[in-house]
Design a protein around this ligand. Sequence first.
Ligand code: AP5
Length: 260
Amino acid sequence: MFVEMNPSIKIDRAAWLQGPSAECSVAPRDRKNPWRLVLLGAPGVGKGTQAELLTGRLQACHLSTGDVFRAASQRRDCDQSPAMKAALEYMRRGELVPDSTVWDMVRERSQCILQCDGFILDGFPRTLTQAELLKELMEKEQLSLSAVVNYELPVAEIVQRLSGRRTCEKCKSVFHVTERPSSGGGICDRCGGRLFQREDDRPEAIAVRLDAYERSTAPLIQFYKSLGLLLPVVAKGSPDEILARTMERLAQVDKLTKAL
Ligand code: AP5
C-alpha cells in the first residue's frame, strides 16, 4: 500500500472543494487496499500539514471540510446558499457548523469518499453524529476505514501553532511565522500569493474552537478506539518527524491487513 510519489504532485480536489458538478482529475488507480484514513486531533495540532505530507506518501486524496467552507467563503455573496452563509458565520466565531449542514455538504460530495482510490479525511467527522453517518455511508458500499490517526499535543503548543499560522490566499499553503516561515516574509514561497491570518485564528475564536473540540470531537477518540481503529501519534517535533511516526504506525496496520 505504500507507494512513493513525487511530493510536489498536487492532487486536484476540484470536485471536493467546489461540489459534485466540478471535474475531478484524480485518475482511478484501482488499488486493492487503498488507504482510507481519518485524522483526528484538536484545532491547530497539525492535521492539515500532515495530510498534505501523507497525500504524497500514500497517494490518497486530502479531503478537508474546513477547506470546503473556506473555498465557499471566497465565492460572491449571491453565490452562497443561505445554509452556507449561516455555516460561515459559525466558522468565523470558531463554533462547529451544525451537523445537518456539514452532512448535506459531505453527502453532495460523497463520490470523493466512495470512489476515491484512497482518502485522508481532515476535520471530518467532528461529532459522534457525523461519525455514525460516515460509518453508515461507507457500510452501505461495503467499505471501511483503514485507521484513525489521533494527533496529541499539549494545549499551550496548540495555541502557539494557531496564533502563528499564516495561509496563502491563492494556493492555500500553510506557513508559521517562526516554525515554518516563508522565505519571502508575507509572500508565499510556492506561488507568490499574499499570506494572511485566518479569522478563526484570533485569540477569542481559538478559545471557542478548543472548547468545541473538548465537548464535541474528543468523544470520537473513544468511539474509534472501541472500533479498534485508533492510532495515537504524538504531534511534537518537526512535521517530518511526525510524518515518520505516523508512517511507522500505518506500517503496523499494513502488516496486520496483509496477515488477514
Ligand atoms: P478546520 O479547517 O478543519 O480547522 P481545525 O480543525 O480547527 O484545524 P486547523 O486547520 O486549524 O489546524 P490543523 O490541525 O489542520 O493544523 P495545521 O496543519 O494548519 O475547520 C475550521 C472550521 O470549519 C471549524 O472551526 C468549524 O467551524 C468548521 N468545520 C470544519 N469541518 C467541520 C465539521 N466536520 N463539523 C463542523 N464544523 C466544521 O497547523 C497549524 C499551524 O501549525 C500552521 O501554522 C503550521 O505551519 C504549524 N505546524 C504544523 N505542524 C507543525 C510542527 N510539527 N511544528 C511546528 N509548527 C507546526
